[in-house]
Design a protein around this ligand. Sequence first.
Ligand SMILES: NC(=O)c1ccc[n+]([C@@H]2O[C@H](COP(=O)([O-])OP(=O)(O)OC[C@H]3O[C@@H](n4cnc5c(N)ncnc54)[C@H](OP(=O)(O)O)[C@@H]3O)[C@@H](O)[C@H]2O)c1
Length: 274
Amino acid sequence: VSVDTTARGVDRSAAEVSRAPRHVAITGASSGMGGALAKLYAAPGRTLSLAGRNAERLAAVAEACRSRGATVDTAAVEVTDARLMDDWLERRDDSLPIDMVFANAGIGGAGVMSGPRGESGDVARHVFMVNTIGVVNAVTPLLPRMIERRRGHLVLMGSIAGAIGLPHSPAYSASKAAVRMYGDGIRRMVRHHGVRVTNVLPGFVDTPMGESLEMHRPFLWTAEQAAEKIARDVARGAAQCIFPWPLRVSTALQAFVPVPIADLVLSLAYRWRR
Ligand SMILES: NC(=O)c1ccc[n+]([C@@H]2O[C@H](COP(=O)([O-])OP(=O)(O)OC[C@H]3O[C@@H](n4cnc5c(N)ncnc54)[C@H](OP(=O)(O)O)[C@@H]3O)[C@@H](O)[C@H]2O)c1
């Protein structure tokens, strides 16, 4: 995907902001899809504000982005800490208005899979904190500013797992379902304010999180493929970015499957997994 970096003016349309953001903020930029998005958006004339926790990996991503000509600022921010997130995003927005935020940081993979006795309460609560509250913390500091400016694009990282109640990790599925509903609601709330919202629902992507799942991952995409698809859909202002298409179709069809049948199929899939 080629990301246009020419739009510099303040009075840019929503379409220009989505196609050619001047300032992009990304949570979870130290790894996987966040890192791939950072490198994809890195270009001369563009500022990137990158957050993660692992300083070494974040610095490596930042260096790669600088070598592509971007101006980069990094911050070690825990997404569950609302105060830290407010401070980081407001400080970065004061330095140059943020056009686009990727609320991408999340946890998943082997660490959140349910065991023979179910999910531990601590793990389930932590999954909601990072995957759902972490997204809320990335959106709420910027939303009033974007509404006032009448421009901005929020990109929320959900998952196809959020469209199905997976027995493998009910809390993960629910945390991502909440992100999807949150994004849908905000998009409808800000529709007439020039602010765009894209919900991203990936299938399996080959990142450290994905790799930890010791199971067959059908239609696996690389992080770079995923980042390109996301950037393309974001550039055209799509409400939803769901990939790969076979999982998109099966997720859509699932809505027509009677619950007892879905329960039977998914419970058997879960049983045979172990
Ligand atoms: N991989 C898949 O198959 C897949 C599929 C669907 C959706 N997703 C979603 O895509 C997003 C990115 O995942 P990924 O696959 O790229 O995984 P990843 O390579 O493990 O990257 C996760 C990123 O989130 C950051 N992060 C995690 N917990 C954090 C916290 N408490 N505070 C701040 N940052 C935190 C990590 O930072 P540090 O490493 O610096 O701690 C890392 O940069 C997640 O929301 C995930 O749920 C992934």
